[in-house]
Design a protein around this ligand. Structure first.
Ligand code: FEH
Ligand code: ZN
Ligand code: ZN
Length: 346
């Protein structure tokens, strides 16, 4: 089978020919129908040796959907042919967090040498993916795999970030989404689908602002000198109740702090490397709360899939053949992917 492999640090991933794996014990073999690309894949590819706890070679791809091809002798909870999306954070499987389907916050994540599919373990940019347990599979029914795959990371990460600030998004509230790419355009839809909040959106790219409006934002504003003024005016001068920042750099932190109401919430999802000074007395709004959410939980993935199957979520995708992975990564690096890039194996 073909696979997009990270063979060594500092080297671009390459297509390789591998033997199809055989599921043992509780493992499940998934025939991959779609695998999404993520900015984190680029961070992994660009990582210096020793920066991440992973040991190449391994196959990339942590946003995966397809159908069950084979089961190990101890596998339970699924059946051959079932259409599934793969819950990508794979923890130790034994701590209380993993037992609750919160592998994203596994107590042993620092000792494992991996974070999940395509993140130190063989992932889904290939024809077949070996999943450690059926507990990592969520049924998708007739949802297209090209929709389901991005929902397992872009959708789930946005949903989990929103879950932490949802209490601030009641009647009359305003949410701000900064960065409207693969995650941000789903965040706009999720805020609209699960809260009564008005949604404002900001991005440096005009086409991303358009995507925000198509996704249901009440107002889309290009990042510029008067962005804060325009957005504050939209809130009647009081500011926003929550910010979901999918960029995470100094400019977006400054915008968020400038616009947040007292008691406001900032969820930082983007790995832009920005720094925020937290000090008392200081300049943050009274009652300011910060979260740094990571990916999401398996129960939340099932909720995201249910929203998509109910028609409340649509992923904007650009599709590439698996063999065109280098082109897809090039477009992602240049910021020239509209929505989410998805690879289609064989
Ligand atoms: C995965 C691994 C490490 C950092 C960030 C990520 C995200 O892409 C998961 O949503
Ligand atoms: Zn990711
Ligand atoms: Zn664990």
């Amino acid at each position: 089978m073909k696979a997009v492999r990270l063979t060594e640090w500092g080297r671009e991933p390459a297509l390789a020919e591998l033997e199809r794996p055989i599921p043992r014990g509780a493992e499940v073999l998934v025939r991959v129908e779609a695998a999404g690309l993520c900015q984190s894949d680029v961070h992994v590819i660009d990582a210096a040796e020793g920066a991440l706890p992973y040991r190449p070679p391994f196959t990339l791809g942590h946003e995966v959907a397809g159908h069950v091809a084979a089961l190990g002798p101890d596998a339970e909870g699924t059946a051959a042919g079932e259409r599934v999306v793969v819950y990508g954070p794979w923890g130790c499987g034994n701590c209380t967090r993993c037992a609750a389907g919160r592998d994203n916050y596994c107590d042993r994540r620092g000792d494992l040498g991996w974070h999940g599919a395509g993140l130190g373990r063989d992932g889904g940019m290939t024809d077949y993916l070996l999943v450690p347990s059926a507990r990592h599979l969520v049924p998708i029914g007739d949802l297209p795999a090209t929709q389901a795959a991005p929902l397992s990371d872009a959708g789930l990460t946005s949903y989990h970030a929103l879950s932490g600030v949802r209490h601030a998004l009641g009647e009359g509230s305003v949410a701000l989404v900064i960065g409207v790419g693969g995650l941000g355009h789903l965040a706009v839809q999720l805020v609209r689908a699960t809260t009564p909040s008005r949604v404002l959106a900001v991005d440096i790219r005009e086409e991303a602002v358009d995507l925000a409006l198509r996704s249901g934002a009440h107002l889309g504003v290009p990042m510029g000198a008067d962005t804060a003024k325009v957005l504050r005016a939209e809130t009647g001068g009081v500011g926003v109740d929550a910010v979901l920042d999918f960029v995470g750099n100094e400019a977006t932190f400054a915008l968020a702090v400038d616009l947040l109401r007292p008691g406001g919430e900032l969820a930082v999802v983007g790995s832009g490397g920005g720094r925020l000074t937290v000090r008392k007395p200081g300049f943050l709004p009274a009652g300011f709360r910060l979260s740094l959410p990571f990916w999401g939980t398996r129960p939340e993935l099932a909720e995201v899939i249910a929203l998509a199957r109910a028609g409340s979520l649509h992923v904007e995708t650009e599709q590439f053949a698996l063999s065109a992975a280098p082109e897809a990564f090039g477009r992602l690096r240049q910021g020239r992917v509209r929505g989410r890039a998805v690879l289609l194996p064989g």
